[in-house]
Ligand binder design. Structure first.
Ligand SMILES: *Cc1c(COP(=O)(O)O)cnc(C)c1O
Length: 217
């Protein structure tokens, strides 16, 4: 099933949208099945799980971290993640920058924008992102690569679309305002239930778990 699901998704996704296979809670053998089907980009949301999988699985996998990150867990994530998609506080950003300085490594990140209506309290407000980017020079060991967001959890497609349009427009606004941040162009929006809407709103990368691996048990 994993192979078929991946093939179907690849057929439907536009060529300019990357597919992040969200492999959280999936055992090694199921991830390997996706790998054998050609998938190289995977996402995890728990530090320990990412570190354990990254050392066991083939080294040409590109890992993204998509979960809440506490500053005492950086060493389990930053050596392995090619992109941290879920930076959601200034405190975390500063800690990641410090880690980068200590290890002489520039860390690519997305800033998570709070767009969903309700329960998801995670993410920055627009003004906070603005404030960070005005001071982008301060973070010598961070590469700002764009925005990540999660739409409201609802069956109302128009509400989901409104969330995605909001983040997509905000990315455009920021790119105009900060043309010197050349890498600030990625828009990580869209999950199993809403990726088609996200692609219609300018997603450059969708994060898909259950539509590849089946429901998480
Ligand atoms: C789990 C998760 C996903 C994937 O969710 P599915 O609905 O299984 O596709 C995407 N993004 C984040 C941040 C997640 O935690």
């Amino acid at each position: 099933m994993i192979t078929e699901n991946l093939e179907q998704l690849r057929k439907e996704l536009p060529a300019n949208v990357r597919l992040l296979a969200v492999s959280k809670f999936q055992p090694i053998d199921r991830i390997l099945e996706a790998y054998q089907a050609g998938q190289r980009l995977f996402g995890e949301n728990r530090p320990q799980e990412l570190a354990a999988k990254a050392v066991q699985l083939p080294q040409d996998i590109e890992w993204h971290f998509i979960g809440h990150l506490q500053t005492n867990k950086l060493k389990m994530v930053l050596p392995y993640a090619a992109l941290v998609e879920s930076v959601d506080s200034q405190h975390l950003l500063e800690a990641v920058d410090d880690w980068g300085k200590t290890h002489d490594k520039v860390i690519p990140v997305l800033l998570e924008l709070h767009i969903g209506a309700e329960e998801t309290k995670q993410g920055f407000y627009e003004e906070e992102v603005l404030d960070i980017l005005f001071n982008a020079d301060k973070y010598k060991f961070i590469r700002f690569c764009g925005l990540m967001g999660m739409a409201s959890h609802t069956d109302d497609e128009e509400m989901v679309r409104a969330d995605f349009i909001r983040i997509s427009s905000y990315l455009d606004y920021l790119r105009d305002l900060f043309p010197e941040l050349e890498d600030f162009k990625e828009l990580s929006i869209g999950m199993s239930e809403d990726w088609r809407i996200a692609v219609g709103c300018g997603s450059t990368q969708v994060r898909i778990g259950s539509a590849i691996f089946g429901p998480r048990v």
